[in-house]
Design a protein around this ligand. Structure first.
Ligand SMILES: *Cc1c(COP(=O)(O)O)cnc(C)c1O
Length: 370
């Protein structure tokens, strides 16, 4: 059976999303017990007691379909919007995909940046959109003018990760306003704020205000990163009620598990735990940045819970030698940038082990060079 003859032509060039290697995969491969993961920007902390309790209580209702009203109400209150402006998803990527599917049809396109989140082109093509990429800035961020210049009659949707998944570079509110106010109003703007909670200051709240002025904006957020629930898959979208209603029409029944919903509600309420995640990341990010610079690397200190390291010609070798030692970092060879490694910020002990391993590799290299 050759499925090539059965699938839509637009799907023929798809390749699957390259997720970071999992711990279990590397353990099996190396046959070792201990591996460390710095590849997918998860939280450095395990779930709190409060979240555990919520998961345990939710077990009692595991035999019935979940109810979403409490979490939706809590999110609406948290962000100062109405419940009609909130949609839940199986991770925020689920909500992003709904938006792509909403506007996806032959002849329409997604506009994104060269170094934008790699899942966008993939999901866009699967939704029947063609993909237009514009060049990113030298810090791997979005360029407002370049994006605007690339808009044409086919443009149905613009997807922006801000802070970006690659470098943590972030657009300011005025840059976002400049972009959105000059886009045709029928172009849907997906503003993917997976890392917004890590940004110092008021940017997160200010971007929510964009929703009052722009009914074509969908903001997506997630419990996977700064709320520490990546394994449970809960995300959400915030937008004008009409846009939310359209997205709901495309949604499959019961997209998020009840236990995940209960944990998300507890995570939203456990502000201390959330604060601890932010504090650990902020502190460790600076320390890691310093140590990596001391190794001679150029490091981009973005707004996310990760660092982008330029290891130049050592990039691939460093990635491989870390892997052999049981340390999974993210290689960016998929973006044709093998010199770049993205390192998620983990807990202080794991971070120290990684740094020591990197220093060991660099030291060996120096000795060889001598
Ligand atoms: C991690 C990440 C996501 C995925 O989030 P989920 O809510 O876990 O689906 C989406 N966008 C960006 C930019 C990310 O880095």
């Amino acid at each position: 059976m050759n499925w090539k003859h059965c699938v839509a032509p637009s799907l023929l060039t798809l390749s699957p999303y390259q997720a970071g290697l999992t711990k279990a995969q590397l353990k099996r491969k190396l046959g070792v017990e201990q591996v460390y993961k710095f590849a997918s920007n998860e939280s450095p902390l395990a779930i709190s007691e409060q979240i555990k309790d919520a998961l345990l209580s939710a077990q009692e209702e595991a035999h019935i379909y979940p109810d979403y009203q409490d979490l939706i109400a809590a999110l609406a209150q948290h962000h100062g919007v109405s419940v009609e402006q909130v949609i839940l998803g199986n991770g925020s990527i689920d909500v992003i995909e709904l938006a792509f599917r909403l506007v996806g049809q032959p002849g329409k396109s997604l506009l994104c940046s060269e170094f934008g989140y790699s899942a966008y082109p993939l999901l866009a093509k699967a939704s029947g959109l063609s993909v237009t990429k514009v060049s990113s800035s030298s810090s791997f961020g979005h360029q407002v003018e370049a994006l605007l210049a690339a808009v044409d009659d086919t443009t149905a949707i613009v997807a922006l990760d801000s802070p970006t998944n690659m470098s943590g570079d972030s657009l300011s509110v005025s840059q976002l306003e400049a972009l959105i106010s000059r886009l045709p109003e029928q172009v849907l703007v997906v503003l993917d704020q997976a890392y917004i909670e890590f940004v110092d200051g008021d940017l997160g709240r200010q971007t929510i205000e964009l929703l009052h002025r722009h009914p074509n904006v969908l903001i997506t957020r997630t419990f996977s990163k700064a709320y520490g629930l990546a394994g449970l898959r809960v995300g959400y979208g915030l937008a004008d009620p009409q846009l939310i209603a359209w997205l709901q029409r495309l949604q499959r029944p019961f997209p998020v598990a009840g236990m995940a919903v209960a944990a998300a509600l507890a995570a939203l309420q456990d502000t201390e735990h959330h604060r601890r995640i932010l504090d650990v990341v902020a502190r460790e990010k600076l320390l890691m940045c310093q140590r990596l610079k001391q190794c001679g690397f150029e490091v981009q200190l973005g707004e996310g819970n990760f660092l982008l390291v330029d290891a130049q010609e050592q990039g691939e070798a460093l990635y491989q030698s870390l892997l052999q030692a049981g340390f999974i970092v993210r290689a960016l060879s998929g973006y044709q940038r093998p010199e770049l490694l993205r390192i998620s910020i983990s807990g202080s002990e794991e971070n120290l082990r990684l740094i020591q391993q990197i220093e060991q590799v660099c030291l060996t290299d120096t000795e060889v060079a001598l």
